[in-house]
Write a protein that binds this ligand. Sequence first.
Ligand code: C2E
Ligand code: MG
Ligand code: MG
Ligand code: MG
Length: 285
Amino acid sequence: RSKRRGRGQITVYSQEIAQEMKRATQLEQALRNAIIADAVDVHFQPIVRLRDGAVLGFEALARWIDADLGFVSPAAFVPLAEERGFIDALSETLLRKAAEAALAWPRELFLSFNLSSAQLMDPGTAQSMLQTLARVGLDPNRVELEITETAVMTSADTAHRIITELRQAGVRISLDDFGTGQSSLGRLRDFTFDKVKIDRAFVSRITTDRASEHIIKAIVAMCDGLDLQVVAEGIEQIEEAEKLKALGCGMGQGYYYGKPADSMATLRYLEAHYREFARIERITA
Ligand code: C2E
Ligand code: MG
Ligand code: MG
Ligand code: MG
């Protein structure tokens, strides 16, 4: 790009901005249509007990493939839906689909669902989510909601009320992407969580970077003291899994254990998993 300053460059930028706005509006329209057509899907990624690899539950992850745009990342379309004010409609569709899929799993498995920051500013969120679960018939005791530190801090009072209401109904709360947000540990004490998910940024460096190892060690120790469960996100290699186990981390998630897959593939994954577990139990019995 040109380093020349002056009017010419301003024109280039304003054209770029105009183009970006046009693109966002096209994306918005396509996403609205996809929600109406029920074309936004949900995939599931296993969360395992690190000690033996047993599957404990699945995280639901939104998936959308548009005919023209192709694969669009939820990291792009979730914020867009928040910004344009239809995250409720999107999230309601996703929760319904995720909960319906979870009905086909063994009862001891949990469903973990991501809550966006805009939803934590809307006092109606707890009731509408509980209603969706009730309509589908999924026990709130099997459901966990993932929220980020930053989302909690943005609108602390409302977030606190929503979290309390959901926990009273039996839903558990996970703190997602832990270690990357802007909250202080002191503020975190004001909220009640059940689980902490250590961000992939630390996990992916655990075998090469001493600092990341010490940070994870400290998070695990803190969670033990506070009676919180710990999940390490983004485990891709066996070496990472072994290290995390040695550090006392209870649970893990990542491509090493399973990539996100649609509901049918998830059922096949579970069948194979339980067959393998029955085999291991026979061997060790
Ligand atoms: P997240 O909740 O932190 O989800 C974890 C992300 O890491 C997912 O990306 C997952 O596919 C990816 N991941 C899991 N294991 C590995 C691994 O071993 N290596 C690598 N490189 N990546 C791994 P995804 O599906 O693209 O989602 C991105 C983000 O979009 C999520 O981050 C979450 O914040 C948001 N999101 C996804 N689905 C939903 C949804 O239904 N509702 C809301 N509100 N947000 C969602
Ligand atoms: Mg998550
Ligand atoms: Mg995460
Ligand atoms: Mg993330």
